[in-house]
Design a protein around this ligand. Sequence first.
Ligand SMILES: Nc1nc2c(ncn2[C@@H]2O[C@H](COP(=O)(O)OP(=O)(O)OP(=O)(O)O)[C@@H](O)[C@H]2O)c(=O)[nH]1
Ligand SMILES: [Mg+2]
Length: 396
Amino acid sequence: MLQIAVCGKPNVGKSSFFNSATASTVEMANYPFTTIDANKAVAHVIKDCPCKELEVTCNPHNSICIDGKRLLPIELIDVAGLVPGAHEGKGLGNKFLDDLMQAKVFIHVIDASGSTDIEGNPVDPGSHDPLEDIQFLEEEIVMWMYGILSRNWVRLIRKVGAEHLDISKVLFDQLSGTGITIEDIIEAKRNIEPDYNKWEEKDLIELTRNILRIAKPMMIIANKADLPTSAANIERIKEKYPYVIPTSAESEIALVRAAEAGLISYISGDDHFEILQADKLNPNQLKALEYIQTNILDKYGSTGVQKALNYGIFELLDRIVVYPVQDEHKYTDQKGNVLPDGFLVPNGATPRELAYIVHTDIGDKFMHAVDARRNMRVASDYELKDGDIISIVTRG
Ligand SMILES: Nc1nc2c(ncn2[C@@H]2O[C@H](COP(=O)(O)OP(=O)(O)OP(=O)(O)O)[C@@H](O)[C@H]2O)c(=O)[nH]1
Ligand SMILES: [Mg+2]
């Protein structure tokens, strides 16, 4: 399953974001280092399900369909907070970044309201500038990776020369377990001094930064957008980082819980909800819901939580959703389930690659594929498109 990790300084709402997206109940509290060990749970990204357009009733198996919206599972990872100097052991240090590295995308959560200082201690709302929190985080992750990359460096470089090893492969081996590929390293090396014998510490740090940026795309979310001090900060942050997504994890939790209790109807990512049982809501709850509608949903279009997950998978990772089926006329699998599975595949993948993603056996026995919508066989170099329904024809 594709993984997204949340990171940031302490007390910004990482665990709140995690809980809101996964319906989990890990501890959240207004002090730094509430989270120590990593939390993992399933969240979903959402796309329109083809069932609506095709006017069929689907029987989802690996995913969920609600009102024509397909929810595809991903895994979300919540880790401890990082503070400046973590690579020198400040705060909880940075050893837990092993957990972060399992993810393909990072969501950097910042406290847009400015109610926590650089180490996550509560301060008067608006008294800390969240822009100050953005840069140090990448630097801390870079320094952690640099520590791994440069381990036994002198001995390593001597060995590369003596045994005529490939430097990219050696760097790749140093970083094993981080999900970083040799392609990432080759790309990252391009604008670095070509002769590794001349590399100084600063070159190696720059190389590490390039590797991180290529291998682990990061987005910023401006959390606590519901607080009055956030709006002006969000405007300033957007001037420098146009893609920042305002979020209110706390509002998302309130809406998801009210929906679970049957009090409202709400689908994550929507700009509205409907009150179903007004008589069961007390005046405070009604007021809170009204506040969320006006100050979050009307103002920003959503709580931002779902938008952030979708942005990570569909934009930063450039994934599309493809629906493999067996019967191209009925859009069903062997058992007659309509549009059972949606797969998050890289944009531009071929039908054979899809077959391998579904199952190695199916990949090995792949003969050709049929675009079920058009009922037409597709070429072997056909690039899959978002929403494609593909019947894979296999040998034997
Ligand atoms: N107003 C508001 N408060 C929030 C929001 N998200 C989180 N908080 C509050 O911020 C505080 C910290 O939340 P956590 O989710 O524990 O933060 P964290 O980043 O996981 O913290 P650590 O695990 O200590 O690093 C709690 O008091 C939350 O209730 C939000 O969207 N709006
Ligand atoms: Mg936490």
